[in-house]
Design a protein. Structure first.
Lengths: 221, 290
């Protein structure tokens, strides 16, 4: 933990896990979408479901989806702001298997019709974990520029991605690989020390065997 | 942080003939690869955020559950009517601790120090001290470094999470941090800083985390007052050259061991204590019907 995780962060209360962490899950999801969100189904699980109302967890998640950060004083008013912007919201209970007690499942639709499904966990403090993207394991914190590539489980895709990163002088901090079954759907999650140029991401999305590319940029847009 | 023990910080400070706060600042610079000015200004930002939160207290606000709100104004009125049992300083500390914690429960902006649930303790002590003694701002920032350094050691060697170590880890830690900060502001030496920390922590050992309906409200808001007052009481003992019979780092290790022994039902799970009283159960039922 850094010094300003002990004395800090500056945040809207009441809870670092149920409020600040929830804002962060929403915020990272919004960045992963890469465009404005027009529809969001927000499902809560465990302690998020049980005590979320009193902790403003729903308000916090919506605030994050609107692009607010944990110290934004508009968080308590996020539902009204979403309504003003014409965003369709619905809430419910998430049915998850063996999830972290502070979990949420977000079913999102972007302006262009792009769909994204996220399972986010708030681990305590305001530290979060994006556990799943579109039903496949992911497990990253949102503290790094992160590339998520969904592809067919076949040889060569990893090499394509890593050589592109090498070519763009992007250093890999952490890397994970998952697949549903042999020859089925696979996902790679790559957390990077540098930002990946937009053009390189677009190039990647058009390669054969690559299903979907999602990118979390930390740069302010 | 690079330091796991308070005595380590003190010996590095003494060996290099530097103040306690400077050792913490230098450690932050190394960890985050930032300049001393940058680190100092980030901490100043925390102080300003505390001041703003204190100033923007709204006595008309109530938390979503309705359990918390308006008590800070009651204490202020009581003090202004001249009825206080204590002097201005202590009375103001009580008031500010409640105000900050109520603001937190009402979704206002606060500084987690070390957590949101214990966010009232440190600013209550520091900002009251500032008002009573007119300390230059830089000194307050340095006091925050002292507090943050103590908090870092607690996080490294014990815990600052109620779910992990009970309330002793949250308000206990906040109180220990504030006690060290007061000793620094009063011009006490490094030994006095860490003994005030130990004395404050000892008074908070074993505290459970059993909030009503799982909310950061009951008993958290009012316990922030006890944490803040305890900090000053222990700082005064340390300044009077009273020592903790158990060395500070041994007290911190005791807190860690005690935290492990506190059963899970008393660590933010709502399974025991205040959380399952008939009144708490009635409140939970009412909230679910809201």
């Amino acid at each position: 933990m850094g010094l300003f995780d002990i004395l800090g962060p500056v945040m809207v209360g009441p809870s670092s896990s149920h409020t600040a962490g929830a804002v962060k899950i929403g915020y990272v999801s919004r960045r992963l979408m890469g465009e404005e969100i027009v529809e969001a189904k927000i499902l809560l699980y465990g302690s998020f479901l049980a005590t979320g109302k009193g902790h403003g967890t729903q308000l916090a998640l919506v605030a994050g989806l609107l692009g607010m950060k944990p110290d934004d004083e508009r968080i308590p008013h996020s539902l009204e702001i979403a309504k003003e912007r014409g965003i369709k919201l619905s809430f419910g209970e998430a049915i998850l298997k063996e999830a972290h007690p502070n979990s949420t499942q977000l079913l999102l639709v972007g302006k262009s019709g792009r769909k994204l499904e996220i399972v986010g966990e708030s681990l305590g403090g305001s530290i979060i974990n994006i556990a799943q993207i579109d039903g496949l394991s992911a497990n990253f914190s949102g503290d790094y520029a992160t590339l998520i590539v969904h592809n067919h489980d076949q040889p060569g895709h990893l090499a394509e991605v890593t050589s592109m990163l090498a070519h763009k002088s992007v250093n890999i901090a952490k890397m994970q690989l998952y697949r549903s079954n042999r020859g089925g759907n696979a996902v790679m999650v790559i957390e990077c020390d540098q930002e990946i140029p937009q053009g390189a991401i677009q190039w990647l999305a058009h390669l054969e065997g690559i299903e979907k590319v999602t990118y979390l940029s930390l740069e302010e847009s | 942080m690079g330091y796991k023990y308070l005595h380590e910080i003190v010996s590095v400070a003494e060996k290099n003939d530097k103040p306690f706060w400077k050792i913490i600042l230098e450690d932050d610079c190394t960890e985050r690869n930032v300049s001393e000015v940058e680190s100092f200004e980030t901490m100043r930002g925390m102080l300003h955020a505390m001041q703003e939160a204190d100033m923007h207290y709204d006595p008309t606000l109530h938390s979503a559950s309705g359990l918390v709100g308006g008590d800070g104004a009651k204490l202020e009125r009581f003090r202004l009517e001249g009825k206080s049992l204590f002097g201005e300083f202590m009375s103001q500390i009580m008031e500010k601790a409640v105000k900050m914690s109520e603001s937190n429960a009402c979704m206002k902006r606060i500084v987690a120090a070390p957590t949101a649930g214990s966010c009232g303790v440190l600013p209550a002590v520091l900002l009251s001290y500032e008002e009573q003694k007119q300390l230059p701002e830089d000194e307050l920032v340095k006091a925050l470094f002292v507090a943050a350094g103590i908090g870092s050691v607690l996080a490294e060697s014990s815990s600052i999470s109620g779910a992990e170590g009970g309330c002793q880890a949250e308000i206990g830690s906040a109180s220990a941090m504030a006690a060290g900060a007061v000793v620094y502001m009063e011009g006490g030496d490094n030994e006095q800083i860490i003994h005030a920390t130990a004395l404050a922590l000892k008074n908070m050992l074993g505290l459970t985390c059993d909030p009503v309906a799982g909310l950061v409200e009951v008993p958290c808001v009012k316990r922030n007052v006890s944490g803040a007052v305890n900090a000053v009481v222990c700082a005064q003992m340390a300044l009077a050259h009273i020592k903790s019979a158990i060395p500070p780092d041994e007290v911190i290790d005791s807190m860690r061991r005690i935290g492990k022994q506190i059963p899970a039902c008393l660590r933010e799970t709502g399974g025991e204590g205040l959380a399952i009283t008939p009144t708490a159960q009635r409140i939970v039922k009412e909230l679910s019907e809201k």
